[in-house]
Design a protein around this ligand. Structure first.
Ligand code: ABU
Length: 476
């Protein structure tokens, strides 16, 4: 009874937080430096006690944990690719934790395992793979999804690697553009070729010559990673051209559509991913553009059965072959993980609640916001866009030029000053807490802001607010 009562209090804390997150008058964050949080604030201590705290204190801790965090669902949070606070998704996450089961086997997750099959099949058909093809798994984030793709490609070419390791196979070469998601870099492949891109897009002729170079050095090219929606510029690689090259050289084609995959749901924007259906594998993170609560990421594979063959270890205490049901539903053995969180339910529930058309509308809305920001900035002399052309995705990259820099012609000295503008503004922005946007340098470009839209709650007035806020903080 007492626990029930406290649970209701917790729900009230969560509901109050949700209301605040969605209210423009509340701050996005109440920033404190690490030492302040470590020292403890107004009764909020991170230290662990020897004696149990009482339930009232735990409620205060819950409230304060949210209070000193960042409201990533706030319509003025533009800092990350994963934003928003979808209430149905949140309900799904709560149900998932309440069920507290594991995605190893049908035995302990009958409904979730079948849901995974249904959702993955839907994603395959949206990619455009024939009905008889298609496999996949939910896994923890885009890095893991991409890692799966490399393991699969390597196993597909040299199955012996599973039993005899890397020393039993030739030196392999992997190809990706310079704008790759951080994640491909961590793979255990002998040689990775990076090459130039234009506006973040892979140049396919460069890909072809890199493959020839690798061959001439005695390496075995085996895998190309194409990106559909780069993290900073939101660029899409030319997938059909890359597919032609992969076909010509007999290489595995992976498309990292962690960020761009959501656009497949939009009749207006899916053209940017033309050729994705020719890929051998695809990474698609519904926790990005589709607004599903973190984390929700998939590796989708065209060839059925390969995931299992590549990763299966047949642990007999979980995957007994003589069970009384169809053990092909014990999908945990496709995974390199053992414990696997149920990530599918919140996506399934959101899909039920919105339908594919609801996702399409919310994705189109985010790209309209990006276009709105782009046209606003284009007209102003105190902002400079990193690229003249319209954004392909919902990423808009730009510099703010304080008055003293507006009249100076581009030069190394001007760049040195410009490089410091974004971090200075960001510092004040976080200390005041009304909005949040990210910045970075990239290649020869000094620090610039990257605004991304994935929160359907964001409206044009929030975009106007962001611009005014950058000017206000940049002027002081
Ligand atoms: N998976 C990388 C996402 C990084 C970002 O939110 O910008």
């Amino acid at each position: 009874m007492f626990y029930n009562f406290q649970m209701k209090n917790l729900v009230n804390i969560l509901l109050a937080y949700i209301n605040k997150s969605l209210k423009r008058s509340s701050k996005v964050l109440d920033f404190h430096y690490p030492h302040q949080l470590k020292e403890g604030l107004e009764g909020f201590s991170l230290e662990l006690p020897d004696q149990p705290d009482n339930l009232e204190q735990l409620l205060v801790d819950c409230r304060d944990t949210l209070k000193y965090g960042v409201k990533t669902g706030h319509p003025r949070f533009f800092n990350q690719l994963s934003t928003g606070l979808d209430i149905i998704g949140l309900a799904g996450e709560w149900l998932t934790s309440t069920a507290n089961t594991n995605m190893f086997t049908y035995e302990i997750s009958p409904v979730f395992i079948l849901m995974e099959e249904v959702v993955l099949r839907k994603m395959h058909s949206i990619i455009g793979w024939p009905e008889e093809d298609g496999d996949g798994i939910f896994c923890p984030g885009g890095t893991m999804s991409n890692l799966y793709s490399v393991l699969l490609a390597r196993f597909h070419l040299f199955p012996v690697v599973k039993t005899h390791g890397m020393s039993a196979i030739p030196r392999l070469a992997l190809f990706t553009s310079a704008h790759v998601h951080n994640l491909i870099i961590f793979t255990q492949i002998n040689t990775t070729f990076w090459f130039l891109s234009v506006r973040g897009k892979m140049i396919s002729s460069e890909l072809n010559s890199s493959i020839e170079t690798a061959k001439s050095k005695g390496l075995v090219p085996f895998y190309v990673n194409a990106t559909a929606g780069t993290t900073v510029y939101g660029a899409f690689d030319p997938l059909n051209e890359i597919a032609d090259i992969c076909k010509h050289h007999g290489l595995w084609m992976h498309v990292d559509a962690a960020w761009g995959g959501g656009l497949l749901l939009s009749n207006k924007h899916r053209v940017k991913l033309q050729g994705i259906e020719r890929a051998h594998s695809v990474t698609w993170n519904p926790h990005k553009m589709m607004g599903v609560p973190l984390q929700c990421s998939t590796i989708l594979v065209k060839k059925k059965g390969l995931l299992q063959e590549c990763n299966q270890l047949c642990a007999e205490y979980l995957f007994q072959p003589d069970k009384h049901y169809d053990v092909s539903y014990d999908t945990g053995d496709k995974s390199i993980q053992c414990g696997r969180h149920v990530d599918v339910f919140k996506l399934w529930l959101m899909w039920k609640a919105k339908g594919s058309e609801g996702f399409e509308a919310q994705i189109n809305h985010c790209l309209e916001n990006a276009e709105y920001l782009y046209y606003k900035l284009k007209r102003r002399s105190d902002f400079q866009l990193v690229f003249k052309g319209k954004p392909e995705h919902s990423n808009v990259c730009f510099w703010y030029l304080p008055k003293r820099l507006q009249s100076i012609l581009p030069s190394p000295e001007r760049d040195r000053e410009l490089h410091m503008v974004a971090p200075k503004i960001k510092t004040k922005m976080m200390e005041e807490g009304f909005t949040m946007i990210g910045y970075q340098p990239l290649e020869d470009k000094v620090n610039f802001f990257r605004c991304v839209f994935s929160n359907p709650a964001t409206q044009r007035e929030d975009v106007d607010f962001l611009i005014d806020e950058i000017v206000r903080l940049g002027c002081e």
